[in-house]
Design a protein around this ligand. Sequence first.
Ligand code: ATP
Ligand code: MG
Length: 330
Amino acid sequence: GELIGKAPSMQLLYRTMQKVAATDATVLIAGESGTGKELVARSLHSGSNRAAGPFVALNCAAIPETLIESELFGHERGAFTGAHRRREGRFSEAEGGTLFLDEIASMPLPLQSSLLRVLQERRFTRLGGTGEISSDVRVVAASNRDLPQMVADGLFREDLYYRLNVVGLEIPPLRSRREDVPLLAETLLERSARAHGIKIGSLPVEILRRFMEYHWPGNVRELANAVERLVLLAEDGALQAGDLPPEVARSTVGSAVPFRLPAEGLDWESMEGDLLRQALKRCDGNRAAAARLLGLAYKAFLYRLEKYGLASDDSDIGTEGPDMGNITRG
Ligand SMILES: Nc1ncnc2c1ncn2[C@@H]1O[C@H](COP(=O)(O)OP(=O)(O)OP(=O)(O)O)[C@@H](O)[C@H]1O
Ligand SMILES: [Mg+2]
């Protein structure tokens, strides 16, 4: 799977990825759940001169703390109760390639020290082993937690943080790049339809509108799942808005970004008038569409247009925001 997305924030990400892929630099990827951290890690690997080597992933949150050390560095036979045979760790498996440490924030403090040591000295010791093993592995780590805050709270080693964060990549959440939603939805739809061998019609406007308005706490993974669900429940290849997950179906313009009353209060009438003008402009003056955009019944919308003197056809709907035309920069 290739990374999909053309938003400026994604293009910036691609540019940085291109620069660091070929280097051996340790990379720390930050991003909310489902933003594509693993996808970015894989793509860094395939863009590197280690591409022919292994890509090994370890999710530090998915294994019990007591097993992480042996998982990373391996163990000799008899190293601990139950260690019946020698085991290669992930560092050995990733030799000559890339080791992706997902959810690095879940790594216990003592192991953070061991990890720092491998990164600095490029050698490690197997559990229960005596000799040191030299290691040629590029480490890419990822976290969806606030590592600087964890450093401040003494939960994550500061030196390891800086060692990992030689290059930091930040993947923006989906709700901050809504312009990518249509492209993502279409592409994920094609992929899903192909994977299930189903012929699917185009994405209905009503569904796309819900997709644009929803805030996607689970980011691209959540969108992919929603699309998958629509494909599986489609009837004769037609996607149904009724098959949307309830939370997506419920989303409206208003709930997309919860509006908070500013501490200093606001001027209700000027805000209402301004929203009416914005809606009209966005819909090219189409009142029915503007009413829908505001979640108002057509009559209620017309009433408000009258109230704010926007009902005549030649009323000014020209400006969407404050006029910045005469601000001079110094
Ligand atoms: N920009 C993108 N383009 C295409 N697919 C994407 C993109 N971002 C994420 N995905 C897809 O979404 C799913 C989740 O991505 P991934 O597993 O990389 O997320 P993650 O950031 O590692 O999430 P988590 O923190 O929950 O582990 C995957 O199926 C991935 O292919
Ligand atoms: Mg992941």
